[in-house]
Design a protein around this ligand. Structure first.
Ligand code: TXE
Length: 489
């Protein structure tokens, strides 16, 4: 069956190209899928444009649009097992983690369904003039290009698709070329839920061949992108000539600040989870551990002992607690960051070399790695390695902790651990990041906005602002008693 979904029809790529999708855990062939090029991208944009300009979706009442999103949530729950399996085969992620993701994705559709149905935020303005009335209304932006990465493929797609549809837009989705399968399944569910033809379009393919044409096309009104910083910069530039709205989530280099008075056991446990979850391929990963000098030795010793014991394995290995990296190229990149850190004076405390276990030989595994004695200038501290690599820096006192934490071009997330509530709040308020956790790491809820400051990007996903991202604001003034003004007489 063809895998590109354009104007309500499943089609193959115009030039017949395909791509093999292989599971990163063992290299086995998952499937061969169609690979779109610029011609397919243009066709998908044309379909979305027509569905927006002449189709029923933008004018569908909000209650009905909301109901459809809730139906999608129900269908996702029904098909959770198939979705989770597909996500794990594409990403190599443990099945149980994919299952958690599917729960979160259903919750996201349900949240935006209910928010949409609740009627929105249109306002009647008191003009002070009995002969005029005035309203501020919110309308869909138009055709949205949604470009998503491979680490949380369907989750990041849901954060865009649900509000885009809720607001009445049509879209072209371009998932990562490495992880297409849950996007294909989602298109089928949207159709089953009753979404009109052309409102949702899917093209699979590379950033250069299938993604870039979307960002340049004058018929596209908005680009929402989650991915790497370098690609984000390119997308912003590509969108500039046609002045598209742009929303960017470009990852982070997130500080996890631990004061000496933190709850030791909880802070160690969460510090491991913060950085090693999904092998560090998480935009909000707590990859920079900043630990108060007096606590440093005991804390890092404990982290290293526990990191060494984390078992690696494939998606269906129930004894595994972490999986492979997404690709050989990505593992090479992570290795290069570790090598650079060591060359610059970091001390390797654990990990740092590919596993020797023959069972893991065909996957892209890299072990939990801790680099101690790091300094702010090291590339492994500054750049997003996006792997299971924890860098450790020491600080003395609150001011130095905040300065180190903010010494980054990113600003996505961060955490502070302290039993002194006043201090925890002071530090939280001074962190330049879109999300801050106090005595915790990673939780999020669909009701709360998510996004970055500084070069982590702009725009917000989730929460009411996540819906507003996909809306235009319009002021409609009505003169109830029009008469000539004779201004020029
Ligand atoms: O991501 P890309 P890559 C970071 C992480 C990682 C680095 C590179 O540090 O190591 O990015 O990963 C599409 N026009 N994050 O190269 O290129 C691409 O096809 C339009 C952080 O895999 O950013 C895919 O669909 N689209 C991050 C999507 O962009 C283009 C998650 C993301 O790919 C394009 C993933 C172009 N010119 C990686 N070039 C996060 N924020 O969580 C590529 N794409």
């Amino acid at each position: 069956m063809p895998e590109l979904f354009i104007g309500g029809t499943w089609v193959t790529a115009a030039d017949g190209r395909t791509r093999e999708i292989r599971c990163p855990a063992d290299g086995t062939l998952v499937a061969t899928v169609d690979e779109a090029g610029p011609q397919d991208a243009a066709a998908a944009v044309a379909a979305a444009r027509e569905a927006f300009d002449d189709g029923p979706w933008p004018a569908t009442p909000v209650a009905e649009r909301g109901r459809l999103l809730v139906r999608v949530a129900d269908l996702l729950e029904r098909d959770k097992a198939a979705f989770a399996r597909a996500e794990s085969l594409d990403t190599g992620k443990r099945l149980v983690e994919s299952e958690y993701d599917m729960d979160d994705i259903a919750a996201c559709f349900r949240y935006f369904g209910n928010l949409t149905a609740s009627g929105g935020t249109d306002r009647i303005i008191a003009t002070g003039n009995p002969e005029a009335d005035s309203r501020v209304v919110h309308e869909p932006v138009g055709v949205c290009a949604l470009i998503t990465p491979w680490n949380y493929p369907l989750l990041q797609t849901a954060w865009k698709v649900a509000p885009a549809l809720g607001a009445g837009n049509t879209f072209v989705l371009k998932p990562s070329e490495l992880t297409p399968h849950t996007a294909i399944l989602l298109m089928r569910l949207l159709t089953e839920a009753g979404l009109p033809s052309g409102a949702a379009n899917l093209i699979l393919g590379t950033g250069a061949e299938a993604g870039a044409p979307l960002t340049e096309d004058p018929r596209v009104d908005l680009v929402s992108f989650t991915g790497g910083l370098a690609t984000g910069r390119r997308i912003m530039a590509a969108a500039a000539p046609t002045v598209k709205k742009v929303a960017l989530e470009l990852g982070g280099k997130n500080p996890n600040i631990v004061f000496a008075d933190a709850d030791f056991e909880a802070a160690v446990d969460h510090a491991l989870m913060a950085v090693f979850l999904h092998s560090g391929q998480v935009c909000s990963a707590g990859a920079r551990l900043l630990v108060e000098d007096s606590l440093h030795d005991a804390f890092v010793d404990e982290i290293v002992t526990r990191a060494r014991a984390i078992p690696m394995g494939g998606p269906f290995d129930e004894s595994a607690r972490t999986g492979p990296l997404i690709s050989a190229a990505h593992r090479d990149k992570v290795e290069a960051y570790v090598a650079a850190g060591l060359a610059e004076g970091a001390v390797l405390r654990c990990g740092g070399a590919r596993p020797k276990d023959p069972e893991l030989a065909h996957g892209y595994y890299y072990p939990p790695t801790v680099l101690d004695d790091c300094t702010p200038g090291m590339s492994v501290v500054r750049d997003e390695s996006f792997g299971p690599v924890l860098t450790v820096e020491r600080f003395r006192g609150e001011a130095e902790a905040v300065a180190l934490a903010n010494d980054t071009e990113y600003g996505l997330a961060g955490a502070v651990w302290s039993q002194d509530t006043g201090r925890a709040h002071r530090v939280a308020s001074r962190l330049r990041a879109g999300t801050v956790w106090i005595n915790d790491f990673h939780p999020y809820v669909p009701q709360a906005e998510w996004g970055g400051m500084k070069q982590s990007g702009f725009g917000r996903e989730l929460g009411p602002a996540g819906l507003a991202e996909y809306q235009e604001t319009k002021h409609i003034w009505r003169n109830l008693a029009p008469k000539a003004q004779r201004w020029f007489e």
